[in-house]
Design a protein around this ligand. Structure first.
Ligand SMILES: [Zn+2]
Ligand SMILES: [Zn+2]
Length: 232
């Protein structure tokens, strides 16, 4: 038996193997089983997105935002979710892809070329009608979320009328400053001095004998004399 040349070998992406039986390969039991297993896996993968067709989910939870899925028919990696301004349209990337005309076209050819069960085809794409319903409901939800968040941001909290007072008031602060002032003894010299008394420009304080003539002892004696006189 003559050995086969390289051109007689074909590669099947579904079975991940070379085959030599030509077009008959897609009718083989192994190929059909593998193909339908792949399609069922695909249907399971997209089921979470299809559940949201009637009732989209839009929020600011970006934890799952980087998720991707592989489309066997188009042979491309697709973003599952779609970021839009400050929100995430959950499964919008997936639904948009499944609703695109290029996906439908490639899906049909994928089924035909691989001899797959055509009854599964309607579960592998989104109709144009369902896609537009999903997209308009998503953008409606997005606008509702963005509207309250922008109206809340119009004024900073300290300029809003019904703002909650944060921290001490100005009066509290002044009271605090007054309490921190050092307290002077009540009977200190000059405590009873009347600062409202009008004085002329040639006024000088009375220094007593310390600054004039005589001994310091004399000034003490005179002070005590005056003090006794005052007490009487
Ligand atoms: Zn195959
Ligand atoms: Zn696709």
């Amino acid at each position: 038996m003559a050995s086969k040349s390289a051109s007689e070998f074909n590669y099947c992406k579904i079975c991940c193997t070379n085959y030599t039986e030509g077009k008959r390969h897609v009718y083989s039991k192994k190929h059909k089983n593998t193909g339908n297993r792949i399609i069922n896996k695909f249907i399971t993968r997209i089921s979470d997105g299809l559940k949201l067709l009637e009732n989209p989910l839009v929020d600011d939870d970006f934890r799952d935002s980087g998720r991707r899925f592989w489309c066997y028919a188009c042979e491309i990696d697709v973003n599952v979710h779609q970021k839009s301004e400050t929100v995430l349209l959950h499964y919008a990337g997936m639904v948009n892809h499944l609703g695109s005309l290029s996906h439908l076209w490639k899906l049909k050819s994928f089924f035909r070329l691989n001899g797959l069960d055509r009854t599964l085809l309607p579960q592998c794409y989104v109709t144009q009608e369902k896609l537009s319903g999903f997209m308009s409901a998503s953008s409606k939800q997005k606008n509702q979320i963005l509207q309250p968040s922008t109206s809340n941001c119009q004024l900073p909290p300290w300029l809003q009328d019904d703002a909650v007072v944060i921290g001490p008031t100005k009066q509290d602060f002044e009271t605090h400053l007054a309490s921190k002032k050092p307290k002077l003894p009540e009977n200190r010299v000059g405590a009873d001095y009347d600062r409202s008394t009008p004085v002329s420009s040639d006024w000088l304080p009375e220094f007593g004998r310390v600054w004039t003539h005589g001994r310091r002892l004399q000034s003490k004696q005179e002070f005590n004399r005056k003090w006794k006189k005052k007490e009487r």
